[in-house]
Design a protein around this ligand. Sequence first.
Ligand code: NIG
Length: 379
Amino acid sequence: MASTLITGIGELTTNTGEKQRDVSVVIENDRIAWIGRGAPEADSRVDIGGRAMLPGWVDSHTHLVFAGDRTAEFEARMAGKPYTAGGISVTVEATRAASDEALADNLALHADEAARQGTTCLETKTGYGLSVEDEERSARIAAAVADEVTFLGAHLVPPGADAESYVDLVCGPMLEAVAPHVRWADVFCETGAFDEAQTDRVLAAASAAGLGLRVHGNQLGEGPGVRLAVQHGAASVDHCTYLSSSDVDALAGSSTVATLLPACDLSTRQPLAPARRLLDAGATVALASNANPGSSYTTSMAFCVATAVLQMGLSIDEAVWAATAGGARALRREDVGYVRAGARADLHVLDAPSVTHLAYRPGVPLTWAVWRRGVLVGS
Ligand code: NIG
């Protein structure tokens, strides 16, 4: 068994209670074995010099199995053109044309970029294949890299396809083909993507196949996404940019996490999701990057945390919780998102004395060291 003693932790965010100061942590293999004062025996020792340590980010919403580039669409948006679901088809075309190797390399590049910024648990989705063959290979490629994989065949009705026949395909042969590689299924419930009845069908079929559920809902306007997610017992409904009072009440009275994607709201020129309203009502909020080439091309969870504090009314502790334990809740995982004995040794050290610096020094790359499953990232 290999063990590492980490000393000199000036501030430790555990997500299990008050912050701890001047403590040490012992990692044994891929788990946290001990937290406390003192210096127990270990095979190796690292002193982090009074810096802040927190759990690694849990990024519970990304779309990283893709090829191609949508800079032109972004430029047009910044010049005033609205974001629509239609841009997804540009990435679908590029993804279908790419080799398995090119898709795997691109995913690995972005997963590595995220890990070097402190992301230690990564969800990613299919959704740029939209045929049985391309969704299956997207799921297979994702499963080789990501901690959690979501089937998003219901991302867009492919250009030229009949919507109802496509939903039949998603609920039948496509679901069957991807099932061995994925834990979750998701639907983009939005005008221009899938309507209420179609979303309901996909969620019911995925649940019957034994998959956990997630929903893209209320991104571009109010709609049935949040209500359906709660009714189906989804683990998370993501975006939540436009919420009615009954959506907020439904989330507050449920175990469905509201996963907010502030980088996407900014990149698509939407208002920022009503994080404060959700928290004050009692809903559970997670923050995620939504890294994808169209609506949110960033892997930076620190950017999401800074935005949540500077522009969405969250305290730094609420934002850090949402980007770590909140993401774990959205993925229904107990082993990540916390620094506690028995948890996965996913640790993020900032080159700063406290997590407050994440918002106090926005845009500054503060990651100093990252352990993922007990291994120093980049070593
Ligand atoms: O979560 N909203 C749907 N899917 C992605 C965007 C995908 C794209 O534009 O390529 C999202 O924002």
